[in-house]
Ligand binder design. Structure first.
Ligand code: MOS
Length: 737
């Protein structure tokens, strides 16, 4: 048995623990931001622009103000002036709303109506009459404009001489790949309740980053951070839409101040398409050059995305490419086109989702050009060290992912020629793709409190957007304190708790998990400090490394009969509780190692050759993400990501009207996401590789990696089934002609 397996058997970490908040959720007791039952609550409804570019010429709010139940109508003419929010390490803050008459996209918030009831506010919002000075908008991505309009802040990455190496390569493939706009559709639409208590602002908000909402709102309203409190104990799903403090949050705070009452706003499903960002469409070129035996010699990956006039969002579209394969000559570049559109934003594996689609489809094309098995091609180009920096990997696990995944899938039974596998009337296709998402860790804080009865509370200001954060934090604390999980309570989702980074970029388990581990370990250290000179204690003088704790009973490792419980120690010392903070920050490991989260995806499709209908019938997802803290929540993360990847491959596609810049399918009837009938059995495999070189808990992160590689594996499977190369997502049946 391997050491890691032994450790996992003895510890709470690694166990497939049920979600500690599962019972609250299924019984309806979990309280989401829209659900706080505040007295005297008024309701806000947004009015949004119907043009994409221009100015508001006239605005008549008299009828709305006179409508039943209406308390106020806020527009740019009567809204308070707000300060700009500060940028953070993810980029700029969205500009504050209602500050002038300028319109920069269709769907921009131009007024907010506050009324006694939601129905009254909804009706009154229809009475606001606006005339515009319209200008002709530009709303569709035109690649030719990329270089002239928006020099990207993302620098090119170059190694060797990619153009010369490509020209000299024995085998070349080259293609243009396009992916559409996709929108966030979490189960719970974003909601905010704002309450002013004098100059104190309390916000219940659908966010992935409590601390950022506090900082931004404090700055916009000119308040010290301490006068803003943000609360979000539960969030009904989020894939990046909660990583920024969006303008509607400021609108609700303005509204609540104006009417002197708590105000609630819940975005409608349609408003989710104009208010909280989206995954930007992409146009990408990939060129690969290789030797006859399948060694990559040149990689060129160029990508273009739109961004808004009024914002500066960008993402790592080509970021993974320099890290994935050993290839001596490479260039990646990223360009953006400014358009009269709402700002794009992060959406589950932002950049990698689309970038890896292009790269891994091109790799499949190369495999066919070489007449080489696509798994074998990838293995031959596996990078022994980080291909850009030359550093050793902290851990990589990609070869293991191919091996595990191929075995589970039965890849060796694949016949190579397109159209060569059939099941009755159906064409069967098997495709593979690699996945890579960066490892991220950010400084974070947590507090652990050991109570007199021997139970403990761990606290962090993180959110749990459904990933299982409170469950894994409970497990980490359980191991560090030697307590059963049921004797630990995890409290989170409140800015009055220790500050943490966003629940985004797959960083939270490593960042906050390390802080919780340190806080809980510090509590044990304090308990041992109490008995250092305590003649009444069998543990007198013991340090943390000579004791073990089981079920709250601390004993000497060399003589387990010598020991006592936390409760006994606290009682003898007259203490009601012991509290310790953990402040965890990354060290220099990112300078010393190449890092990353890796995976391999194997997809089977069945294509009806008469109708062009594609079904994904099997999917094997193998992932190397460091230590798996909880196999059950980890599997859920991968399954959720895989479903997102299937949606990306076959269904999701936001359509915009080219003239008005209006989204025409801002609803779940016409914007398609997978339903249960679209999802096959998903086989989730993990490579067992705890990585303690990266952090004290050996974890990497699972939030995004599950989605990466799924779409190209499916597109490659469609090629294998049909001989039709799919370079444009989603793969709808009209493309199978
Ligand atoms: Mo994710 S895009 O980091 O919520």
């Amino acid at each position: 048995m391997r050491t890691s397996e032994k450790r996992q058997q003895q510890s709470v970490v690694g166990q497939p623990l049920d979600r500690v908040d599962g019972r609250l959720k299924v019984t309806g007791m979990a309280r989401y931001p829209a659900e706080f039952p505040l007295a005297n609550l008024a309701h806000a409804v947004l009015v949004q622009s119907t043009i994409a570019r221009g100015r508001i010429r006239e605005m008549d709010t008299a009828a709305a103000e006179a409508a039943p139940g209406v308390h106020a109508v806020l527009t740019h003419r009567n809204a308070p002036r707000l300060q700009a929010g500060p940028p953070n390490f993810l980029g700029p803050t969205a500009p504050p709303p209602l500050q002038d008459d300028r319109i920069s996209y269709n769907g921009q918030h131009v007024a907010v109506v506050i009324a006694e009831t939601l129905e009254q506010a909804t009706f009154a919002a229809t009475l606001v009459s606006i005339t515009y000075e319209q200008e002709t908008p530009r709303v569709l991505l035109d690649e030719k404009l990329a270089q002239s309009l928006a020099p990207s802040s993302v620098p090119d990455v170059v190694r060797g001489e990619p153009d010369a190496a490509l020209a000299a390569a024995a085998v070349r493939v080259e293609g243009t790949y396009t992916t559409p706009t996709e929108h966030h559709n979490p189960l719970a639409p974003c909601a905010t309740i704002a309450v002013w208590d004098g100059d104190q602002l309390i916000l219940y908000d659908t966010t992935q980053w409590i601390d950022n909402v506090r900082t931004v709102m404090a700055a916009m309203f000119g308040l010290p951070d301490a006068q803003v409190r943000v609360i979000a104990p539960f969030v009904g799903g989020a894939f990046g839409s909660g990583l920024r403090c969006w303008p509607h949050v400021a609108l609700v705070a303005m509204a609540a101040r104006r009417v002197g009452r708590p105000v609630k706003l819940v975005l409608t499903r349609a408003q989710m398409y104009t208010s909280v960002g989206y995954r930007p469409q992409t146009i990408q070129h990939v060129a690969l050059g290789a030797t006859r035996d399948g060694q990559l010699v040149a990689t060129i990956h160029e990508g273009t995305e739109p961004t808004a006039m009024h914002d500066d969002y960008h993402e790592g579209l080509v970021r993974a490419t320099p890290s994935l394969y050993a290839c001596p000559h490479l260039r990646t570049s990223f360009r953006q086109v400014r358009l009269d559109v709402g700002t794009p934003t992060w959406m589950r594996a932002p950049g990698e989702a689309q970038g890896i689609f292009a790269l891994e489809t091109a790799m499949d094309e190369l495999a066919y050009a070489l007449d080489l098995d696509p798994v074998e091609l990838r293995v031959r180009n596996d990078a022994a060290v980080h291909p850009q920096s030359g550093q050793p990997w902290s851990s990589r696990g990609l070869r293991e992912c191919y091996a595990l995944g191929a075995e589970r899938f039965g890849w060796e039974r694949r016949t190579r020629a397109p159209g060569s596998m059939r099941d009755g009337q159906y064409l069967v296709g098997w495709g593979v793709a690699s996945a890579l998402y960066p490892y991220v860790r950010i400084q974070a804080a947590a507090r652990a409190r050991l109570l007199a009865d021997g139970s403990a509370i761990v606290q962090t200001g993180a959110t749990d957007i459904g990933t299982g954060t409170s469950t894994i934090m409970t497990q980490i604390a359980a191991d560090a304190l030697g307590l059963p999980a049921e004797h630990i309570r995890c409290e989170l989702g409140d800015s009055s708790l220790p500050a943490t980074p966003p629940q985004g970029g797959s960083n939270l388990a490593a960042s906050v998990g390390s802080a919780v581990h340190m806080a809980a370990s510090a509590v044990l250290g304090q308990v041992l400090a109490l008995v250092r000179d305590d003649d009444a204690s069998p543990l007198r003088g013991a340090s943390a490394d000579v004791v073990m704790v089981r079920n709250g009973h601390i004993a000497l490792k060399r003589d387990p009969s010598q020991g006592e419980t936390y409760a006994a120690i606290l009682q003898r010392h007259g203490l009601r509780e012991i509290e310790a903070w953990g402040r965890a920050a990354p060290g220099d490991e990112m300078q010393r190692y190449g890092t990353g989260i890796f995976g391999a995806r194997f997809a089977e499709v069945r294509v009806d050759p008469e109708l062009g209908v594609i079904r994904v019938t099997r999917l094997v997802s193998a992932t190397a993400a460091g230590r798996i803290l909880n196999e059950k929540t980890a599997r859920s993360q991968i399954i959720g990501g895989t479903v997102g990847g299937i949606g990306m491959a076959l269904l999701e596609h936001t359509v915009m009207d080219a003239n008005a810049g209006r989204i025409v399918n801002a609803n779940l009837a016409e914007y398609l996401v997978p339903v249960h009938a679209d999802i096959p059995t998903i086989d989730v495999l993990f490579v067992d590789e705890p990585d303690f070189s990266l952090n004290p808990i050996g974890v990497k992160g699972l939030g995004e990696i599950g989605l990466v590689g799924v779409a190209p594996a499916i597109a490659n499977a469609v090629y294998h089934a049909t001989g039709l190369r799919m370079r444009d997502l989603p793969i709808t049946l009209d493309k199978l002609q």
